[in-house]
Ligand binder design. Structure first.
Ligand SMILES: NC(=O)c1ccc[n+]([C@@H]2O[C@H](COP(=O)([O-])OP(=O)(O)OC[C@H]3O[C@@H](n4cnc5c(N)ncnc54)[C@H](OP(=O)(O)O)[C@@H]3O)[C@@H](O)[C@H]2O)c1
Length: 264
């Protein structure tokens, strides 16, 4: 059985960069997302760079049988997970009560349910290969999120769950790292319905986020927060009254709602 790294949300943004970083370090890959052409293009790029051909799995992780389908595909190809990278996720900006409830529940299914399922599905194999799990949360994991309530809450779940898993799986030799990026310019903003606006103090490139996430996982770090100012933001809840934080974040999200993404 060949050990592999499964990377979800590899068709764009941070996930595509994570795939490039893992490939650069010689890992065989399984690339998961819905859009097959983007996954195939990335797989071809990795092969052209001298990497082993990744297994491409065009799967909607929002479906309840997604993890079973991944398990079947791995078994059929003689592959065993050494690393699982739960990166696929999306956010939505707007008051929860004004958004379509179906879309919010879809977000919960992807950001929380699929991540939990994949984190737990392969633990024996991860332990056998002395590997680990990299779960992508967010700076939002540390904050209340008026104007993006379900997204922030979903990322708080990812942080809480993954930190606990870090502790639980330590005796089995399985590393669990939570990666908490601040703003990264990717397709994320378009999907969330807000303008892609540069924030020079906060922005970190998708490549740097991926490199720091990879390094943190390999070193067995519990938490990785790329960018100095982003690290400071995660400390705010310790010093700022909750009411003040709620109104500051509310104001920022309202400004973002006022300049929605231009549809292309
Ligand atoms: N960008 C930021 O500012 C930022 C900040 C903090 C945290 N994050 C987190 O970082 C992670 C990656 O975000 P990103 O910025 O790289 O966003 P992105 O460019 O929009 O990429 C999202 C990835 O998730 C995949 N995905 C979405 N829905 C899926 C589904 N139902 N099934 C399978 N794959 C699905 C997408 O692929 P398909 O569309 O092909 O399925 C895509 O590959 C997310 O968890 C996000 O919450 C992002």
């Amino acid at each position: 059985m060949t050990p592999v790294a499964i990377i979800t949300g590899a068709s764009a943004g941070i996930g595509a960069e994570l795939a490039r970083v893992f490939a650069k370090h010689g890992h065989a890959l399984v690339l998961v997302a819905r859009r097959e052409p983007q996954l195939r293009a990335l797989a071809a790029e990795i092969v052209a760079g001298g990497g082993p051909p990744p297994l491409v799995l065009p799967i909607d992780l929002g479906q309840s049988d997604a993890v079973a389908r991944i398990q079947e595909a791995l078994a059929a190809n003689g592959l065993e997970p050494q690393y699982v990278v739960n990166n696929a996720g999306f956010g939505l900006v707007g008051d929860a009560v004004d958004r379509k409830r179906d879309e919010l529940l879809e977000m919960i299914d992807l950001n929380m349910r699929a991540l939990t399922d994949l984190s737990l599905a392969f633990v024996d194999s991860l332990a056998r290969h002395r590997g680990g799990i990299l779960n992508v949360a967010s700076v939002a994991s540390f904050l209340p999120g008026p104007g993006s309530a379900v997204y922030y809450a979903s990322k708080a779940y990812v942080l809480s769950f993954s930190e606990a898993l870090h502790q639980e799986l330590r005796p089995r030799g399985v590393r669990v790292t939570t990666l908490c990026p601040g703003p990264v310019l990717t397709e994320f903003q378009q999907r969330a319905g807000v303008e892609s606006r540069k924030m020079p103090l906060l922005d970190v490139s998708a490549l740097r986020v991926a490199e720091q996430g990879y390094r943190g996982l390999m070193r067995g770090k519990r938490l990785v927060i790329p960018g100095f100012v982003n690290k400071l933001i995660t400390l705010l809840p310790r010093v700022m009254p909750r009411d003040l934080m709620l109104s500051l974040i509310d104001r920022r999200q309202r400004a973002r709602m006022a300049s929605p993404a231009k549809r292309t």
